[in-house]
Design a protein around this ligand. Structure first.
Ligand code: SF4
Length: 369
């Protein structure tokens, strides 16, 4: 059975209603449990849990320190290409947006590697749009091979692939694949992804299963906040995480739920999530799953990132550029979106250490490949 089969009969609005109907008793029951159900998780993200945020923050800190220690992993994205055949209406790389397009050559990738290494990083996230001709599986596999002698950990955030292709990426040296569903609302999915390969909801939804089947060490999952009701997105994400940890227990999991940022095309979010609500979701996930990694990107403000270091996050990016070639030759015209926190890795590290936490630049070693 695939994850899709388990949610196919659910009605989005019913799930939303069931979250809003949670009571104070449901919240207190959830907070008293060591192992939570999805229903408990729904209670923690419901409005009824708002008076319990302080308690949730303390629990989140406790479980995070118990499982991960006082350590934050720093990672950095490297955009390989901004060419894309998809039409995601919220994205600056949308096929219809009239922006300069670029796919890095081998020499340009090596230039990026050099700059990123000089910043101290040993953990890189490679990103592309979805453009099989410009940046298909052969190109991405080759890019991993160019990076493998330079980084302890190589992670991918690219288009959904077949199991055989993920096996090739694994063989080349990829440690993790991050694939965000954007929205779990199947009826609304096509509104945001009207054309191109990404318009296939079911193919995208099944990607974490294919990544795990290919034996890749870690799968990153998440939703883009701003498209649909955030509480319902989080409930589906919790169901997805539960399904994956039960059926693919050898794989490690990471979550992210970035809030939408301004991008070329000027798309405005339909649903807003406040910083308090972001905190509620993050702490609910930590209490729901003590082992899951949670990352926070430079989309969020520096204030907010400072605040969450000790409260449940396990990895953060710093010094990021979202334009291909942006470390060696920054070009804002090529950006996917504008980042919020533009501090250097050194400034980020100093802030983390000032809070009594250690910083690591890798959580994997080349010899483990
Ligand atoms: S979100 Fe990804 S797939 Fe969609 S247009 Fe942007 S780069 Fe392409």
């Amino acid at each position: 059975m695939e994850f899709y089969d388990t949610i196919h009969d659910l009605v989005w609005d019913d799930v939303t209603r069931s979250i809003y109907e949670k009571t104070d008793t449901d919240v207190r029951r959830a907070l008293s449990r060591e192992m939570l159900t999805v229903e408990d998780f729904k209670a923690l993200i419901s409005p009824a849990a708002e008076p319990y945020l302080e308690q949730m923050a303390q629990l989140s800190r406790h479980y995070t320190q118990q499982r991960f220690g006082k350590v934050i992993l720093l990672y950095i994205p490297m955009y390989l290409s901004n060419e894309c055949s998809n039409h995601c209406i919220y994205c600056g790389f949308n096929h219809n947006n009239d922006i300069a397009r670029k796919t890095l050559t081998d020499e340009e990738i090596m230039e990026e590697i050099k700059v990123i290494k000089s910043m101290g990083y040993d953990n890189v996230l490679l990103l592309t749009g979805e453009h099989p001709r410009a940046a298909g599986a052969n190109y991405i596999e080759h890019a991993i091979r160019l990076c493998r002698d330079h980084f302890a950990a190589i992670n991918l955030e690219v288009y959904p692939m077949k199991v055989e292709e993920y096996r090739r990426m694994n063989e080349a040296g990829c440690n993790s694949v991050y694939i965000y569903q954007e929205t779990y609302n199947e009826n609304r999915y096509k509104v945001y992804h009207p054309k191109g390969m990404k318009s296939n909801y079911k193919w995208r939804l099944g990607t974490p299963e294919r990544v795990a089947q290919a034996g890749i060490h870690r799968v990153g999952m998440g939703a883009l906040i701003g498209l649909e009701e955030w509480r319902t997105e989080m409930a589906y994400l919790a169901m997805h995480l539960k399904f994956m940890t039960k059926n693919y227990w050898k794989t490690k999991y990471s979550l992210s739920f970035p809030r939408m940022r301004p991008a070329a095309g000027g798309y405005q979010p339909n649903f807003l999530m406040s910083e308090r609500q972001f905190a509620q979701a993050l702490w609910a996930f930590r209490i729901f799953d003590h082992d899951v990694e949670i990352s926070m990107s430079t989309r969020e403000t520096s204030n907010m990132r400072d605040h969450f270091i000790t409260l449940g996050v396990t990895s953060v990016s710093a010094g990021s550029h979202t334009d291909p070639g942006g470390y060696a030759h920054p070009d804002r015209e090529l950006e996917q979106f504008h980042i919020n926190d533009d501090r250097s890795p050194q400034a980020m590290e100093a802030m983390i250490r000032a809070q009594g936490y250690d910083v690591i630049y890798k959580d994997w070693d080349k010899t483990l490949r």
